[in-house]
Design a binder for this molecule. Structure first.
Ligand SMILES: Nc1ncnc2c1ncn2[C@@H]1O[C@H](COP(=O)(O)OP(=O)(O)O)[C@@H](O)[C@H]1O
Ligand SMILES: O=P(O)(O)OC[C@H]1O[C@@](CO)(OP(=O)(O)O)[C@@H](O)[C@@H]1O
Length: 723
């Protein structure tokens, strides 16, 4: 039986031929799921080649825990690899009891095609006790670029740059490692000992259901019968460009925060200065336009700000507001995609909100709706669903009229009728782009359904997982009966984008700066689980002297961190067949990364520290004394403050956008060794922190922030290597 890349056994020989011709590497990802077992048993893989321990169970590769119930492992083999026989085995975490090997014949990977039972693995504990794991196996072809973009570039340009004598891209092989490189046994690390708690504001979306974090109905009173009343926001613009609420009302504790957020809309104090026009008359007209525009200008620099100014001054009024309306069957990743897009657009500086109709439905009709509620021939259900969709759309449009730029409208919207209702509501008020997520991969849909039943509040009160699972399947069938793919208006279709089999994006009738950016972002995102390790360089001599900027080397403490970091990376990535190390072009990051061996290293100018302009090399005390006005301005507005002849945090965010896109695109782990301001900005993206917090986020020296990307989003873990 075939599975993964060889889902269709008839096409397997053809598939492997294609793979050989296309080159690249085969990326094998294995997943095991068991909802009942705890974490005291660790699944492993062992097999016929040294990569998987040559049938020696003590050398079996340990799988990594993705969630409580899911274990994963990936490795890479060349397309013309020798046949690989393997099996799963279970090892107890705390005892030395023997491991248990799965029942049945070996699994076999031949020319990228898998043979063996692709769906489950059975483990016999005793004559009457059997564990069953669900197994998901995928084999994807990935280009060498995906594995190590840098390495390919290096080979193409055999003359590396000689900037400061250090090549832009380099790799030091493991053979060079020695005590002087810090890999000596004396620096051995047990990485779990270095774990420290992440802050309360850490990246944790994998633990929280994304729909819960979306907008709450502003007028819950419309839902009658509900005990929570949120005041209608009668708004008036104040001179400072803020929106204030004049009304009062009772807030539930859950809603307080949302309500509060509605009171203050950051209108972008840092809007770019416009050049005065030649004539006084046109200057006045420009100013009027500008002051109108200023009220809905994103807090951003560079391209984002330029595009916003152009749209405000020249574009049609409804184009100033964009509604991304999700379309798709349940469990196709709509909420996931909506949340991710919201995070990205907010980080870039676009005022963006995510409206989830499911949340409105749950608040109005409760969480216990069975599949029957979603039948298309249930008129009450249909009316109730349309009603909550209309309420959410109304809220979204009202928010846009108060200055919101991008609304993300998250529901199935899977019939023409529903979409036409939304288009009518949006007429003259905002531009709609449909974003349809289509998935034809049975294994992925199956996994998604299980995840949804685990996470969705709809099933929180259903104790029996199987009962929830069947109800959700039934709900899905009800939607399938009436589903009409989008063919109208402007649309983006994401088709099989996460299966790893080279899905596609189809776009129709899309133009403009922001829609273009959105398409580009979506093309580059995927769900392959991998860690991203963020760290500042080791303490530099300038850090010791309290001088900002500069390009100094490391202090002795910094040097020790570099060695510990190399040791840590070696341990943490020991099961990874590919990874890359990214640094800035400044010495302190390059030196910090230099003891790391075996992975390609890439220098990015974009990862350089915030440019302190005329203040470069000064201490904060010196700036305060010699340039008190600059010091005060920065203190007041650290996000937008631009050092004379240098940069602001908003500038840094703009130049980091290609880094974020590349981090999203990479399938292998990445270690980013960079600087305080840069890491604040990168971290804020993953942890979904608001722009205004970025300059104040703590990024301590000698600490690794591990961001785990995966099928449920982003999770964070921290390691502090030195006291
Ligand atoms: N483009 C996609 N296609 C298929 N599955 C996806 C996609 N994007 C994300 N997923 C996966 O789908 C799971 C369920 O997604 P969710 O957003 O709750 O579905 P929906 O909102 O469509 O019901 C997510 O946890 C994620 O692992
Ligand atoms: O924005 P603030 O808080 O000043 O932090 C950024 C500063 O951090 C520093 C250290 O003070 O980074 P780095 O450790 O990379 O040298 C300065 O170079 C940089 O100007």
């Amino acid at each position: 039986m075939g599975t993964g890349a060889s889902k269709n056994p008839d096409s397997s020989s053809h598939g492997s031929e294609e793979r050989d011709q296309a080159g690249g590497q085969l990326y094998v990802s294995l997943r095991m799921e068991n909802y009942k077992l705890n974490g005291d048993i660790i699944p492993h893989v062992y097999g016929s080649v040294p990569l998987v321990g040559s049938w020696d169970s003590s050398k079996a590769l340990s799988m990594e825990r993705e969630y409580t119930f899911m274990w994963v492992l990936s490795f890479v083999v060349p397309p013309n690899h020798e046949t690989l026989d393997f099996k799963f085995l279970l090892k107890p975490k705390y005892s030395s009891s023997p491991c248990i090997v799965e029942e049945g014949p070996n699994r076999q990977l031949t020319a990228g095609t898998l043979h063996g039972d692709g769906w489950s693995a059975m483990f016999k504990l005793s004559s009457d006790e059997v564990f069953e794991y669900r197994v998901l196996i995928n084999v994807d072809r990935v280009s060498p670029f995906d594995l190590a973009a840098s390495w390919r570039a290096y080979q193409e340009n055999l003359q590396p740059s000689t900037v400061r004598g250090i090549p832009d891209i380099s790799i030091n092989s493991a053979a060079e490692a020695g005590p002087e490189n810090g890999t000596s046994a004396s620096l051995e690390l047990d990485i779990e000992h270095y774990v420290v708690p992440a802050p309360a504001t850490a990246a944790h979306s994998a633990l929280a259901y994304a729909a819960n974090m979306t907008e709450t109905p502003r007028t819950l009173s419309r839902f009658g019968g509900m005990e929570v009343i949120v005041p209608e926001l009668t708004t008036s613009s104040s001179a400072s460009g803020m929106v204030e609420s004049n009304s009062v009302g009772a807030f539930s504790s859950m809603l307080k925060q949302e309500g509060h957020r509605g009171l203050f809309v950051d209108r972008g104090v840092g809007s770019p200065r416009l050049v005065k026009s030649a004539s006084a008359a046109s200057f006045t007209a420009d100013l009027k336009l500008y002051s109108e525009a200023k009220n809905s200008m994103p807090a951003a620099a560079g391209a984002v700000a330029a595009a916003a100014v152009a749209d405000q001054m020249l574009g049609p009024k409804e184009d100033r507001h964009l509604a991304i309306v999700l379309v798709g069957l349940p469990a196709r990743g709509k909420t996931f995609t909506a949340a991710k897009l919201t995070r990205y657009l907010r980080w870039l500086g676009h005022e963006t909100k995510h409206f989830n109709v499911g949340k409105y439905r749950r608040l109005k009709h409760g969480v216990n709706q069975t599949a029957d509620f979603f039948r298309s021939d249930n008129p009450e259900g249909l009316e109730a669903r349309n009603e909550v969709a209309a309420l959410a759309m109304e809220d979204m449009i009202s928010w846009m009229q108060e200055g919101g730029q991008v609304g993300i409208f998250d529901a199935t919207n899977s019939t023409r009728n529903r979409r036409s209702m939304l288009m009518k509501m949006a007429e003259g008020k905002c531009k709609i782009i449909f974003l349809e997520t289509i998935c034809n991969d049975r294994q992925i849909i199956e996994r998604n359904i299980r995840l949804k039943v685990q996470q969705s509040p709809d099933y929180a009160e259903v104790p029996d997982f199987e009962a929830g699972y069947h109800d959700f399947k039934h709900r899905l069938e009800n939607y399938e009966k009436v589903y009409e793919p989008v063919e109208e208006g402007s649309y983006i279709k994401m088709i099989d984008m996460v299966s790893g089999h080279g899905g596609q994006i189809q776009v129709d009738n899309i133009s403009g700066y922001l829609p273009g950016r959105i398409v580009f972002f979506l093309v580059n995102t995927h769900l392959t689980p991998r860690p991203i390790l963020l760290t500042r360089h080791g303490e530099s001599r300038d850090n010791v002297r309290g001088r900002i900027g500069g390009d100094s080397v490391l202090s002795d403490t910094g040097e020790l961190y570099a060695k510990k970091l190399a040791n840590f990376v070696e341990k943490r990535l020991k099961n990874e067949r590919a990874a890359s190390i990214w640094t800035s072009t400044l010495q302190r990051t390059i030196i910090t990364a230099s003891p790391i061996v075996g992975f390609p290293k890439i220098q990015w100018r974009a990862l350089e520290e915030i440019n302190a302009g005329v203040c470069d090399g000064m201490t904060y005390e010196e700036i305060k004394k010699n340039m008190p006005e600059e010091y005060e301005s920065r203190k007041k507005e650290k996000l937008r403050y631009r050092y004379p002849r240098g940069e602001s945090y908003l500038d840094v965010i703009q130049r980091l956008e290609p880094v974020i896109i590349e981090l999203e695109r990479q399938r292998a782990p990445v270690v980013v060794v960079s600087h305080q301001a840069v890491l604040r900005a990168l971290y804020a993206y993953f942890a979904d922190r608001p722009l205004k917090e970025i300059p104040h986020i703590e990024i301590p020296l000698h600490t690794i922030i591990e961001i785990q990307m995966g099928v449920s989003g982003v999770q964070e873990k921290r390691y502090k290597l030195m006291d």
